[in-house]
Design a protein around this ligand. Sequence first.
Ligand SMILES: Cc1cc2nc3c(=O)[nH]c(=O)nc-3n(C[C@H](O)[C@H](O)[C@H](O)COP(=O)(O)O)c2cc1C
Length: 223
Amino acid sequence: MLNALDAMHARRSIREFESELVPMETIRQLVTAAGRAPSSKNTQPWRLYLMQGAPLEALRADYLAAFDAGQPPKPGYQYSPNPLPEAWSARAKDCGVAIFKHKGIGRDDADKRRAHDRENFRFFGAQQMFFIGTQASAFSYGTFLDCGFVLDNLMLGLTALGYGSCPQFSVMIYTDLLKKHIPNSADTLFIAGLPFGRPKAGSHVNQFQPSRLPLDAWFQVTG
Ligand SMILES: Cc1cc2nc3c(=O)[nH]c(=O)nc-3n(C[C@H](O)[C@H](O)[C@H](O)COP(=O)(O)O)c2cc1C
């Protein structure tokens, strides 16, 4: 098992998985550890849903049908400022260009670009998936921060155990489908999806890892 710093360095978004399932016992240990995340006043505002087996396949089929039909997006919250600050926008563009280049998808290849987007709604073929959310009526920035700690714990824990995952906001555009397929979630504000599993051996797409800013660009020491 990787230590914390090694897991932080090793984690990357995984977009192709083996069909092998992460055992339920391992998932319980992972989720228990992830739930040690701090939260304001120990409110623990997160809700975590695991989807697998037939319910996940039914959800996947509905998601793909919605995507293929061009169902209008209806996200439960706005993820990013609109417009993005210029520097962020440049980084987002660089990241998009880099992944298309990595996958050998040309600028004008609309079909391949759409197939790339569609992979999101196939949950990258993962056999298991977490959805994290919170109580819809309690929406606040701090609540989101607390939920983010759990999401990161899950991602790092999976990496430490030799598994992988990809956080997804894209799938938040059809949360009506999540409410349809996930019992007791009518009053949940869904925040992100996390398909996970064993990274596919020899996968090309899984080698993609966008660079990071140099430390001096975002880390300031005073004193
Ligand atoms: C909350 C969140 C949502 C994301 N949504 C998506 C998504 O819908 N589809 C996708 O392919 N990647 C998604 N990403 C992955 C980012 O593109 C990725 O984290 C970033 O490019 C850095 O790459 P790395 O995770 O491999 O280090 C998301 C990341 C975060 C944190």
